[in-house]
Ligand binder design. Structure first.
Ligand SMILES: [Zn+2]
Ligand SMILES: [Zn+2]
Length: 382
């Protein structure tokens, strides 16, 4: 809490010749000659005064009569000068202490300065700050107490005002290809936006905010303060959840200088398939359990356990969903026939069936999850 306090340099130099007498310019009393300040050092007009005259109108502490702190009732930011500042204060006593510390000044010539500030809560919006200082001037220890009332007043900061007014420049529309995003995908997309904007906010960017999160029938719309941050959010959603993003600027207005103001819609299209889908890529090698959709589509062949990988932009791909992991049911393993075949009970008919044995199949298992597709029954990984 050193704030605006400056422990001054002292004038306490060596006495010059006892012969060279000087006189106080105010009362005429003789004073010991004081050394000239070094070239470039600040000159103190009062340095020639005798001690009596010097201390007559000396203030150790320079304090304002009162301090007013404007606090945003929405987010707790405080107004300092002509800008708003986010402070991490649990209550405004801390803020008041800081503001008073900023505003107090100690005489530049004081040495060995100590100080303490004792806040007294008068009412909800008034704090009386008792500030006690000690210091040494002209070899004389001084003590001074000042009381500074701090008034807390409440207003609305620029950011809260913009949020309340529905200000935004980017809309991130989260949709999915041929389906609606799952609740998990919607939640995760909003979380990604919140964490990205939260990081920017924590880094001190007061232009970073989410104006609105709106659930719509086919997804979710996230309205964000700036186009640049909208793009950042859309990029991160696609990086994690897969899919693609396209941007569409729309002219909304002209600002007061005649510049065109655009809003940008970032249309995120999540991939057709999600992890845990069982798809048939249509290549004749049987169904694939999708494991990941970030970057491209990755999964494993259920018949063999082989890895499967395909780009999203597989135009004209015949891939379609044939089941999901939820459709898998546990069934009895009847016999392991050979390296490529295992006999299990069909969970619907209870008839023994020979089906492909993938390499993830545990040959000691008495039961195994299986999934039924139009092309037959397949062992699922645990
Ligand atoms: Zn004097
Ligand atoms: Zn605010």
């Amino acid at each position: 809490m050193s704030g605006g306090l400056t422990a001054g340099t002292d004038y306490d130099g060596a006495m010059s010749d006892a012969d060279s007498r000087e006189f106080c310019p105010r009362c005429g009393d003789p004073v010991p000659a004081r050394p000239e300040p070094l070239p470039g050092a600040p000159r103190d007009r009062d340095r020639r005064l005798c001690d009596t005259c010097y201390f007559e109108d000396f203030d150790l502490v320079d304090a304002p009569d009162r301090i007013e702190v404007l606090v945003c009732s929405g987010c707790g930011a405080i107004r300092r000068g002509n800008r708003w500042l986010d402070v991490d204060a649990r209550d405004y006593t801390d803020v008041a202490v800081d503001e008073v510390s900023e505003a107090l000044g100690v005489h530049v010539n004081a040495r060995d300065v100590t100080w303490a500030v004792d806040p007294e809560q008068v009412d909800e919006n008034t704090i009386r700050m008792h500030c006690q200082f000690t210091g040494v001037i002209r070899e004389t220890p001084l003590e001074e107490t000042v009381v500074v009332p701090v008034k807390i007043s409440r207003g609305t900061c620029d950011r809260c005002g913009r949020i309340a007014g529905g200000y935004y420049n980017a809309t991130v529309q989260v949709r999915a290809d041929g389906r609606t995003p799952t609740p998990e995908e919607r939640d995760r997309a909003v979380e990604i936006a919140e964490s990205y904007i939260g990081d920017r906010e924590a880094a001190g960017d007061r232009n970073a905010f989410i104006t609105e999160v709106e659930a719509v029938d086919d997804g979710v719309d996230i309205r964000i303060s700036t186009t640049q941050m909208g793009q950042g959010v859309a990029t991160r959603i696609v990086r994690e959840l897969g899919g693609s993003v396209e941007s569409y600027p729309t002219l909304v207005t002209e600002d007061s200088d005649g510049n065109e103001v655009y809003r940008v819609t970032y249309a995120v299209r999540l991939p057709e398939f999600t992890p845990a889908d069982v798809i048939d890529p249509g290549d004749g090698d049987g169904p694939v359990l999708v494991r990941s959709v970030s970057g491209n589509l990755k999964g494993i062949r259920l018949a063999t356990g082989d890895a499967y990988e395909a780009p999203f932009d597989d135009e004209g791909s015949d891939a379609r969903r044939v089941a999901t992991r939820e459709d898998a049911v546990e069934t009895t393993v009847v016999a392991v026939e050979d390296d490529h075949a295992v006999q299990v009970l069909d969970p619907e008919t209870y008839a023994a069936k020979t089906i492909p044995r993938p390499d993830f199949f545990d040959s000691d298992a008495e039961t195994t999850p299986v999934v039924k597709t139009r092309t037959g029954l397949f062992v699922m990984p645990e």
